[in-house]
Design a protein around this ligand. Structure first.
Ligand code: FHN
Length: 421
């Protein structure tokens, strides 16, 4: 009867006023730093190494004995994000390997108790984020490769793994989430992942989301389940695709709903630190992704995998310094804007804020103009953003022509600022 009551409550989830305000702030932030960091980072073969290389749980656990990230500095991480123009951080508090990167009372398999480091980097990060005005979200894996109660690989019947102890696992997660929300200052969101590993199990989202919102109604819940949003969720996630695209197959079943949107991608080809991955994205690719997401009304969460010593590799710092510099000049056309005023065009996208519309030319057109279809707002001025250079335009019923004679193709994105009445 109580379970039924909880379910009914979750199905009619009404976000609190503080939650709605947090959603708006979140949408204004636009650009976040995703961090995958764990004991797997030591091997430099990504965060799936235990599973991919068939390392037994007992052998894998030894990595904890050697994990001693003496060069970790929460300040450096937060400064990396700030210099890149990022406004929030989403960090792996616990990934599929089940190792808690925070001091937890629920399992000794955590960074404080099981490593020679004996410190809690998540606490340092939470404090530093708060100090520097960066919002913090915790990534939290539903999937666990090692715990007996999860029983990875077990058959699922009646919503439970046959060999595990599902009630115990759900209760474990609830206790850990309580710790993450009540002990760590200023946490603004929980980012679930791993749902897709067990599609027929009962994840008890009604209880889990209900608990999170009971502890703090403003906390934003997101779940990378690749499905339509479920009751109790506050933002919708996409992985490795701009909302509306499905180039990677990760977003297969996910229709775009009404919640704030976020999409994530990697700075190279890996989530966790990789020694062999040199597929670094260029500043242009990152700016295209960020602006493309904004034009589709979504935040962009860009991932890095710090090294096992806690440092961030130079290639990432160099690239993001360029992106950060671009944002310093052009940020007003990204932060606080909304998208989808006009559908994405072959040349780029449109963002808007208050009475200003920004045309982002990401691909320079062959013609000497761009056309913005169906723009109804009456324009009274067109300028090259950040300059006093007026740009010629013609507005008619079916849209606006912006003429590019004399306009130089800017290195990453040529932003035309259109003022409306
Ligand atoms: O399996 C994970 C993967 O390691 C990584 O955490 C990404 C991030 O979006 N999510 C999962 C794959 O969907």
């Amino acid at each position: 009867c109580m379970a039924l009551a909880a379910q009914t409550k979750a199905q009619t989830y009404t976000p609190s006023a503080s939650n709605l305000a947090a959603r708006k702030t979140f949408q204004d932030l636009k650009f976040g730093l995703f961090i995958h960091w764990g004991i797997y980072s030591e091997l430099g073969r990504g965060e799936w190494v235990m599973n991919n290389d068939h390392i037994s749980y007992d052998n894998y656990k030894r990595l904890a004995d050697f994990f001693n990230p003496q060069a970790f500095s929460a300040h450096d991480w937060v400064m990396f994000a700030k210099n890149a123009g990022m406004k929030y951080i989403t960090v792996t508090s616990r990934h599929h390997d089940g190792f808690s990167m925070f001091g937890t009372k629920q399992s000794a398999y955590n960074i404080v108790d099981a490593t020679p480091y004996h410190k809690d980097p998540m606490m340092e990060l939470a404090k530093e984020c708060k100090k520097e005005g960066i919002e913090l979200h915790f990534y939290y894996s539903l999937l666990d490769w090692g715990r007996a109660d999860y029983a990875y690989g077990s058959r699922i019947e009646d919503g439970k793994p046959l060999n595990g102890n599902w009630d115990s696992y759900i209760s474990f997660m609830k206790k850990q989430l309580t710790e993450l929300i009540t002990k760590y200052p200023g946490v603004k969101g929980i980012w679930f992942d791993g749902h897709w590993e067990r599609k027929t199990v009962n994840w008890h989202y009604d209880e889990i989301y209900g608990l999170i919102h009971k502890l703090n109604p403003a906390i934003l819940v997101g779940n990378n389940h690749h499905l339509a949003p479920k009751p109790g969720e506050d933002f919708q996630l996409f992985e490795k695709d701009l909302p509306g695209n499905n180039l990677t197959g990760f977003s297969g079943e996910a229709k775009i709903g009404d919640l704030p949107l976020e999409t994530c991608e990697t700075i190279n080809g890996s989530w966790g630190f990789s020694l062999s991955d040199n597929k670094y994205k260029t500043p242009k690719e990152i700016i295209d992704y960020l602006v493309g997401a904004a034009g589709r009304n979504a935040n962009f969460l860009l991932n890095i995998g710090p090294m096992p010593n806690g440092k961030i590799q130079q290639e990432f710092t160099d690239t993001m310094a360029v992106v950060g510099k671009w944002l310093q000049k052009n940020g007003e056309s990204v932060y606080g804007t909304r998208g989808n005023l006009v559908a994405p065009q072959p040349w780029g996208v449109i963002t808007h804020k208050n009475k200003t519309v920004y045309a982002h030319i990401l691909v320079w057109p062959k013609e000497n103009y761009i056309f913005i279809p169906k723009l109804k707002e009456k324009l009274n001025k067109a300028m090259l953003l950040g300059t006093k250079t007026a740009v010629k335009y013609k507005q008619q019923e079916e849209g606006v022509f912006i003429y590019l004679d004399g306009v130089k193709d800017a290195p990453y994105d040529t932003v035309i600022q259109l003022s409306t009445d």
